[in-house]
Each structure stands twice: as C-alpha cells, then as structure tokens.
Design a protein around this ligand. Structure first.
Ligand SMILES: NC(=O)c1ccc[n+]([C@@H]2O[C@H](COP(=O)([O-])OP(=O)(O)OC[C@H]3O[C@@H](n4cnc5c(N)ncnc54)[C@H](OP(=O)(O)O)[C@@H]3O)[C@@H](O)[C@H]2O)c1
Length: 300
C-alpha cells in the first residue's frame, strides 16, 4: 500500500486526485491536507485540517504519518493576488516547499510538485522542460523559486508544469476559464476575451492522471502536462461555446494592451510534450476533445 499525502486536497487538482486515487483504495492510502473543513464531499479518506504555512505543525504531521509520496497541489494561484501580496504568496508557494524538503530528507518520501507555464516570459512559446525560465510576474517568480528549492535538494522529486487548468469538483473555492465562460454565455452576458495570449489548457482529470503516472513510475525530474494544441484565449472561449452549444456572439475579442491587469501575463506559452509522451507514456489530446470528455463526465 502506498501512503500518499495530497496538500490542498480541497482544491481543483486536490479533489480530482482524491477522486482518482480513492478508486483504488487497496493500492493507495490517501491523506488530504487542506485548510478549514474537508470540502471534497467525501469521507473515505483521512483529512487533516492544517494551515500548511505553519511549518512546525506540518513537520509534526509528516513525521507522524511517514508518507511515501507528497503531492503538493496547494498554492496561491491567483496571479494578481500574488502580485499584491508577495509575502503571503511566498509563504505558501515557496515556504511550504522549503518545509516539505526539510522533512522529506528525514523520512525519505518523494515529492510531486505542481508548477506553471508562468515561469516563462511568453516570448517564444511551445516550451520544453529545459528552456530557460524568465517569469514576468510574482506568481511565476514564486513557482520558479519553488522549483529551484527542489532542484537544489537531495530528495526524490517530480515537477509537473501545467497550464490553465479547468474542470469541476464538488465544492470549489474558485472558478476556471471553462466554468466561467459557460456560465456567462448561459446567462447571455457579453464577455471580453484576449485574442493575443496563447495557451494549451489542461483538463484537471488528465492532470490528476499524470500525477498518478509519475507516482506509479516513480519518475523524477520535470514534465510538461497540458493539451496538445496552442490556442488563443479567444479561440478557447469559442470552442467552449461550440462544445456546450452556446451562443458565441456574446464573446468579444480584445487585446491585452486594453486590459489593465495588476500582474503582467506571458503572451504565448504552450508546452512541447515530447518528453511527457516518451517517458510518462502520457498522450495529451486537443482542447476540443478534452472539453467533450469534460461535458460527458460532468463533475468527474
Ligand atoms: N489552476 C491553474 O490554472 C494552474 C495553472 C498552472 C499551474 N497550476 C498549479 O497547479 C496546482 C493546483 O492548482 P489548483 O487549481 O488545483 O489550485 P486551487 O484550486 O487553488 O487549490 C489549492 C488548494 O490549496 C489550499 N490552500 C491554500 N492555502 C493553504 C494553506 N495555507 N494551508 C492549507 N491549504 C491551503 C486552498 O484552500 P482553499 O480552497 O480554502 O482556498 C485550495 O483548496 C498549484 O500548484 C498551481 O500553482 C495551476
């Protein structure tokens, strides 16, 4: 039996991982760490209510539980909030990784950590795992710092970088691009979407699968996880309208220069998935195929 701790088990990826790993309760003993009450809608796993930035408490729990794997999904993911609250951002996105590394060195666990396309400046696009990062905003800086901590440590780790994650789980603290566009179009409200930023969005069910594959294979190093076709955010919204059979005329294209966002965003990201396909045997599909599956799966 593999003992796995999922940090941020109340989050989008955290809950998706619970749903995936608990399908095989003979193989995995799953423990969720998140703040406040358990909001996953499940009670068939051990839940620890914890503020992960409390390093002493985190250490105590980890030493007691002695996990084989820690999948670190918890993060401050609101890019503008990270820009405005750098100390809080660092405490979670960097400080927790430092704490994990310090304890993991004592208990010999493997850390699977989530990172982002926002470590890149978006000048080039289609990034390989080996490309040189150059974050434009503090969220990206904090995630790059977290990667550096792992790379400089002498522990087993996997970094899964991902892009624009969407999906639906039981009780969500925040929305995502697909749910938001769908909701606005259902309400027949006009939305303005940038047509000059490019992404390869990621279905959370696939991201959870990739975490499981990395764990099962004990793969180490950095892997890119996203869908396989680069689209503008405007095209992404158009495809959401098409798959959910909603009126796309409410979607208006705008350019990034007309937005006044606190944190700068990279214009063109997207990942080269060659290493992921070859080493993880994980073959991402197109956004429209993933969206169709999401529609059929409903909340899964
Ligand atoms: N979402 C994306 O588009 C995206 C893109 C690239 C990379 N990533 C990375 O993928 C990972 C998973 O993202 P996600 O979308 O699943 O994030 P999420 O839905 O925001 O989940 C994060 C979870 O961590 C919990 N948390 C926050 N602060 C905590 C604390 N101090 N102590 C304990 N728990 C805490 C949150 O609790 P509350 O629910 O109470 O807030 C939330 O449940 C993150 O590392 C993120 O950086 C995400």
């Amino acid at each position: 039996m593999i003992k796995v701790i999922i940090t941020g088990s109340n989050g989008l990826l955290g809950q998706s991982l619970l749903n995936l790993l608990l399908q095989d309760s003979t193989a995995y003993q799953v423990i969720g760490f998140s703040r406040g009450i358990n909001r996953s809608g499940r009670d068939d796993f051990q839940y620890v209510s914890i503020d992960l930035t409390n390093s002493k408490l985190l250490e105590e729990h980890l030493l007691k539980l002695q996990p084989d794997f820690i999948i670190n999904t918890a993060a401050m993911t609101n890019v503008d909030a990270c820009e405005n609250s750098k100390i809080a951002c660092d405490a979670l996105n960097v400080g927790v990784v430092k704490s994990l590394v310090a304890v993991v060195a004592q208990i010999n666990a493997h850390v699977i950590h989530l990172s982002t396309d926002f470590i890149f400046d978006g000048a080039q696009g289609n990034y390989k795992e080996t490309d040189i990062p150059n974050p434009l905003n503090y969220y990206g800086v904090s995630k790059l710092k977290s990667e550096e901590i792992l790379k400089n440590a002498t522990i087993d780790f996997t970094i899964l970088r991902t892009i624009l994650v969407y999906g639906k789980v039981f009780d969500m603290s925040r929305s995502n691009i697909v749910l938001w566009v769908k909701e606005m179009l259902e309400k027949k409200q006009e939305i303005t979407i940038v047509n000059d930023q490019f992404r390869t969005p990621t279905y959370v069910v696939d991201l959870a699968k990739a975490c499981k594959i990395a764990m099962d294979k004990r793969s180490k190093g950095i892997y890119n996880i996203a869908s396989n076709t680069l689209l503008s955010v405007y095209e992404i919204a158009q495809q959401i309208a098409a798959v959910f059979e909603l009126d796309a005329s409410y979607i208006k294209a705008i350019s990034t220069s007309t937005l006044n966002q606190t944190a700068e965003r990279p214009m063109k990201t997207g990942f080269d998935l060659t290493k992921t396909k070859k080493e993880l045997n994980f073959y991402p599909k197109s956004f429209s195929e993933d969206l169709q599956r999401f529609k059929e799966n409903g909340v899964k």
